[in-house]
Design a protein around this ligand. Structure first.
Ligand code: NDP
Length: 302
């Protein structure tokens, strides 16, 4: 069977006593998740030698093979998985249960084998919130927020803003219809936060007592020649800028934020936060964010 071959080809050298974790994606070569998790597992193993046999790999799984790969990975002893592009939404019908926060986000990035089925979680929103608190010493509720983008990452950002009680939220996306669709999904939110969809990039809130946080959740910036997704000079004040892109470490948007003396940070903290939360879900232990952060910096420098 093709599924069998492509999985086993990537899994040679499995040790018999391992507790197995992995990230699945397509493509997956670029992923630095194994380095982050290995570093944190090494710290856990210092306190409890049982963690010395936990092992985290990356496995390339094309979308058409996800449904056969998931049960096969259970047979091969995997008990925790991360999912990245393009699996985060497509996996939903294959789950036996879903965490309420992941349900709100409409996507999962973490699977745990529980009660004979894969249970889905989403730790991206936690990662974003952790990163913003860490970088700016503020919670998301301290801001009015403009989210750029309308894909999976933007949806996680919007859901996290609503979970934390942001009072005002705006969306801007290249494809306006997708931004409207996203805002419709959250129309009935519990705290009645108003969501404004912008048809062009402008300052949605103007001068205000509450600071503005601009979150780039588009893929613009991944390539070094990408333009910034918005011109920061349109804003009345000095917005805080969170760019989900972390490689390259300084996008055009962040370079402009630096020139304008806006508080700004790249997406590495979110990557670390979501990874740490996933490992906490699998291990039930507190995980070293510092070890993961250090490992991420080293992996990106290589
Ligand atoms: P999606 O493919 O789901 O969404 C991509 C978004 O980018 C869409 O809104 C799309 O707009 C927009 N976009 C793409 N190309 C352009 C362009 N040329 N001009 C303007 N807008 C564009 O991706 P995700 O939501 O999963 O990821 C978005 C970004 O977030 C990526 O850079 C990803 O690496 C990053 N990310 C970072 C994480 C972290 O831990 N730091 C975690 C998750 C994601 P349109 O709708 O018009 O196509």
């Amino acid at each position: 069977m093709l599924e069998e071959t492509f999985l086993l080809d990537q899994l040679c050298g499995l040790k018999s006593n391992e507790v197995r974790l992995a990230v699945l994606g397509y493509p997956i070569k670029h992923s630095i998740s194994p380095q982050l998790h290995t570093a944190a597992l090494e710290v856990l193993a210092l306190g409890d030698p049982a963690f010395a046999c936990w092992n985290y790999r990356k496995i390339e799984v094309p979308p058409e093979h996800l449904s056969t790969a998931l049960p096969r990975l259970v047979e091969l002893g995997f008990c925790g998985l991360n999912l990245t592009i393009p699996h985060k939404v497509e996996v939903l019908p294959l789950l036996s249960g879903i965490d309420p926060q992941a349900e709100i986000m409409g996507a999962v990035n973490t699977l745990k084998w529980e009660n004979n089925g894969w249970h889905g979680y989403n730790t991206d929103g936690f990662g974003l919130s952790f990163a913003i608190r860490n970088a700016f010493q503020k919670s998301m509720a301290d801001f009015h927020v403009l989210v750029l983008g309308a894909g999976g990452a933007a949806r996680a950002a919007v859901a996290q803003c609503l979970l934390e009680g942001c009072s005002r939220l705006a969306l801007y996306n290249r494809s306006l219809a997708r931004a409207h669709e996203l805002s419709q999904t959250f129309l009935q939110n519990e705290n009645h936060t108003s969501i404004t969809v912008l048809d062009s990039p402008y300052d949605p809130f103007g001068e205000n007592e509450q600071p503005l946080l601009v979150i780039n959740a588009t893929s613009l910036g991944l390539r070094t020649d990408d333009p910034a997704p918005i011109d920061l000079s349109v804003f009345a004040g000095h917005p805080y800028v969170y760019d989900m892109v972390y490689n390259p470490p300084e996008t055009r948007l962040l370079a402009h934020a630096k020139d304008l003396e806006c508080p700004h940070v790249n997406g590495l903290g979110m990557l670390v936060g979501q990874a740490a939360r996933s490992l906490e879900i699998w291990t039930g232990r507190e995980v070293s964010f510092d070890a993961m952060n250090q490992a991420a910096l080293e992996a990106l420098a290589n």
